[in-house]
Design a protein around this ligand. Sequence first.
Ligand SMILES: [Zn+2]
Ligand SMILES: [Zn+2]
Length: 353
Amino acid sequence: MANLNYKCPSCGGPLKFDSNTQRLLCASCGNDYDPVALEQLGADGQTKEDSFSFDGYSGEEMTDGVVYTCPSCGGEIIGDENTVATKCPYCDNPTVMAGNVSGILRPDIVIPFKLTKEDAKKKLLEYYKGKTLMPKSFKDENKINEIKGIYVPFWLFDADAEGSASFRATKSFSWSDRNYIYTRTDHFSIYREGAASFENVPVDGSTKMDDATMEAIEPFDLSQAVPFGSSYLAGFLADKYNVDEKESEPRAGQRMKESITDYLRSSVQGYETVSPQQASAVTKNGKARYALLPVWLLNTKYKGETYTFAMNGQTGKFVGNLPCDKGKFWGLLLGIAAAIAVPLAFVVNLLMG
Ligand SMILES: [Zn+2]
Ligand SMILES: [Zn+2]
C-alpha cells in the first residue's frame, strides 16, 4: 500500500486541507479542490510507486520507529507503526500512509478541522487573560514552541444501558408550642431504575493521548462528520488507533454507567438529605464506529517544565494546565485573609482558574 502525497492536478504543487474553506488548497497556484471529488479522480495517488509494502503499512521497521519513503522526493520519513499522516521533512509535502487507513484500519468517519493554527494561538492568549496567578513572563507568545494539528483516533460507541440505584433520604419538620420545639424527621428508602440508549460515546483509541485531556475537550458535533477520505488528512498529523475496539469497550461502558447513575440520582428531589446506597448498571448491544477527530495540541516550556494545552479543532473548546506563580499566590491569599467575608470557594476558583 502506497504512501500518498496530494498534488495539485494543475501545477503539481503540494495540496493541504484548508480549514476555512474545507477544501484542498494549492499554495503554489492558488487552485482549490473538493476533497471528495479529488479522491474520486484518483488525483490523490498520482505517485503510487513506492519502495515496498507489507503487513498493511509500507516502510521499513526500525527498533524505535518505522521509516516511510516520501513518494515525491524519496526522502526518509521517520514515524512509527501508527503514523497515518505527517509531512516529509525534506520536501515538506503532506504525506498519508495509505496502508494505515485501509482495510480494517479504515476509519468510518472524520470530522475535518474547522479551526486553524491561528485560532489555536488566539485561544491560548484568551485563556491566559484573567489568569491572575500566572507569571507575567509566561504570557509571552514566543513561549509557544509547538502547535500541532492532529487527527486523534476515537471509538464512538452506541449501546443500551440499564441501571438501578437505591438511596436513603430524609425530610424534617419543626413546630413549637409554649414549652418545646419539636422536630420530626422522616426517613425514606428510595429505589430508582431506568434505561437509556447512548449514541457516539467517545473513547480515544491512542495511548499517546491523555484520556482526561481528550474527555475535557468534548463534545464533538458528530452531525458535521463526513465519510472518511484520506485527503482530509493532508497537512495534518494523524495516528491510527493502537487501542482497539474491544479494549476501549470497558471505558465506554463505564462512562455510560456513570451517566445513567447521575441521571437516577438527579431524579431524587425534594429531600433534605440524600445518600446513595447502591448503584448498578449494565450495557448491551454495544457497537462502535472508528473516527478521526481534530485536535490542536500546543506545547510550551517554562522553567524546564512542559505545559500542554489542547483545543477541540472543531469547536474551539480549550483546556490546559498553567504554571502558578507562588509569590503571587501568597500575596493573593493574604489579601483574601484580610477580607474575612470572602468565601472559601472564591479562593478555590482562583486556584483552579
Ligand atoms: Zn497548483
Ligand atoms: Zn519528500
